[in-house]
Design a protein. Structure first.
Lengths: 197, 199
C-alpha cells in the first residue's frame, strides 16, 4: 500500500510540474496592461485588440481557408502558425504629456523580469520618443515579442505570445487585408527627417 | 548456210555443226528424277491468330465507318447556298451568344445578329461556336470548356470577426515593428554617418 501511495504521489508531482512548466512557458511572455485602462478616458483614439484562444484558432483556420492569387493569405497563415496570442494597445492623445509616464514605465518594468531579452532600446529627445523591443525564447524557439513605443502624444504596446515570423509580417504590411495604417502619426505631424537632427 | 539442216536437220552445214559442237555442253540431257534428300525439314505454316485478324478487320471497319460518317456530315452540311456555312457566333464568353433558334440566311443576318441575340450570363456555359445546317435541323454547339472556378470561401460572422481582429493586430504589429526598424536605422545613421545602410 505504501509503495502504491509513493507511486501515486510521484506521478502527481511529475504531472503537476509538467502542467506548471507548460503554463509558465505560455504565460511568461504575457504582459499585463490592466494599469493602462485608465488612459482610455483621456486618449483621443484607443485601439485595443486581444486575439488569443478560440478566437485565434478561428482566425488561423480562416487564414488557411482563404486562397488569394498572390498567396499572401498562405504566407500569413504560415507566419502565424506558431502564434498563441497577440495583444495590442494604442493610445493617441490630443495634447502632449497627457498621460502618466509611470504607467508606461510599469509596462517596461515587466520586461526586466527574467526571460525577456532586450533587442533594441532607443531614446530620442524628439517627441520624447522611447522605443523598446524585447524578445523571449524558450530554448531555441521564440515564445514572445514585446514592443513598447511611447512618444509625447502616443503610446503603442504590442505583445506577441508564441512564435511569429516577423520578417514575413513586415513584408506583408499594407497588402491583403492587413491595412497600412499609421496609428501614431496623424496628418498634422510631419514625418521625421532622417539626416537633420 | 543451208536452210534444210537448220529446219529439218537434213544434209550438212559445217557452220551450224561447229556451233552445235561448241554449245554441246549446254545441250539438254535427259537424266533420272532427282532423289529426295534423306533429311526433310518440316515447314511450319504459321497461321495468323484470330484476334489479329479480328483486329485488322475491326481497324478496317472503323476506318471505313469514319470515312462514311465524315462523308455523311459533309453532305449534311453541304448546301448550294452560302447561308449554311459554319458561322462563328461567339468567340469569347464576353461576347453575345446565340441562345434561341436563329435563321442565319445570309451575311446580313450576321450583321444584324445583335438584334436577335441575348447576352448570356456568366453562369451559363459559354458557347464558342455553333454549326448548323439548313437542310437538317441539326445544330452542333462547340462549347468552350468552362473554367473551373473554385467556390468562394464563405465565412461566418464569427470567422470574419476573428480574422479581422487578427489582421488588425498583425497590421498594427507590423507597423510598430517598422517604426522600431526605422528608428533604429535613423539612430544608426546619426551615430555612424559614414556607414552604408544596406537595408
Amino acid at each position: 500500500m505504501k509503495v502504491f501511495n509513493k507511486i501515486t504521489v510521484s506521478i502527481s508531482i511529475v504531472l503537476f510540474s509538467l502542467v506548471a512548466a507548460n503554463a509558465v512557458a505560455g504565460q511568461d511572455a504575457r504582459l499585463h496592461f490592466e494599469r493602462l485602462s485608465g488612459l482610455e478616458a483621456r486618449a483621443r483614439d484607443v485601439v485595443e485588440v486581444n486575439v488569443d484562444g478560440k478566437l485565434l484558432d478561428l482566425a488561423k483556420r480562416v487564414a488557411t481557408k482563404i486562397k488569394d492569387k498572390d498567396g499572401d493569405a498562405k504566407k500569413v497563415a504560415e507566419a502565424i502558425s506558431g502564434l498563441k496570442g497577440i495583444y495590442v494597445r494604442v493610445y493617441n492623445f490630443e495634447r502632449e504629456n497627457e498621460y502618466n509616464v509611470s504607467d508606461v514605465d510599469q509596462i517596461r518594468s515587466q520586461l526586466n523580469s527574467p526571460g525577456w531579452e532586450m533587442l533594441a532600446n532607443v531614446r530620442s529627445k524628439k517627441n520624447d520618443q522611447k522605443v523598446d523591443i524585447y524578445t523571449m525564447f524558450t530554448g531555441d524557439v521564440m515564445s514572445g515579442v514585446a514592443v513598447v513605443i511611447s512618444e509625447s502624444k502616443s503610446i503603442a504596446l504590442v505583445n506577441v505570445i508564441g512564435m511569429i515570423d516577423i520578417e514575413t509580417l513586415i513584408d506583408l504590411s499594407g497588402k491583403m487585408n492587413i491595412p497600412k495604417i499609421d496609428v501614431i502619426r496623424d496628418s498634422n505631424t510631419p514625418k521625421p527627417k532622417r539626416d537633420k537632427e | 548456210m543451208k536452210e534444210d539442216y537448220l529446219s529439218n536437220k537434213t544434209g550438212t552445214d559445217p557452220e551450224i555443226e561447229r556451233l552445235e559442237n561448241l554449245l554441246s555442253a549446254y545441250r539438254y540431257q535427259e537424266t533420272d528424277v532427282p532423289l529426295v534428300p534423306s533429311k526433310i525439314r518440316n515447314m511450319v505454316i504459321v497461321e495468323p491468330k484470330r484476334w489479329t485478324l479480328s483486329f485488322s478487320f475491326g481497324l478496317a471497319f472503323a476506318a471505313f465507318a469514319a470515312v462514311v460518317v465524315g462523308v455523311g456530315i459533309w453532305f449534311l452540311f453541304m448546301d448550294n447556298s452560302s447561308d449554311s456555312s459554319p458561322v462563328l457566333i461567339a468567340k469569347s464568353p464576353n461576347q453575345p451568344v446565340v441562345t434561341g433558334p436563329i435563321k442565319l440566311a445570309s451575311t446580313e443576318n450576321i450583321v444584324n445578329l445583335p438584334a436577335i441575340v441575348k447576352t448570356q450570363k456568366a453562369t451559363q456555359q459559354p458557347v464558342m461556336a455553333v454549326l448548323r445546317s439548313k437542310r437538317s435541323k441539326l445544330r452542333i454547339y462547340i462549347a468552350r470548356v468552362p473554367e473551373v472556378k473554385k467556390a468562394p470561401v464563405v465565412l461566418s460572422k464569427e470567422e470574419r470577426y476573428a480574422y479581422s481582429q487578427l489582421m488588425l493586430a498583425l497590421a498594427i504589429t507590423s507597423e510598430k515593428l517598422k517604426v522600431v526598424g526605422d528608428t533604429i536605422n535613423r539612430t544608426d545613421e546619426r551615430t555612424n554617418p559614414n556607414r552604408t545602410n544596406n537595408r
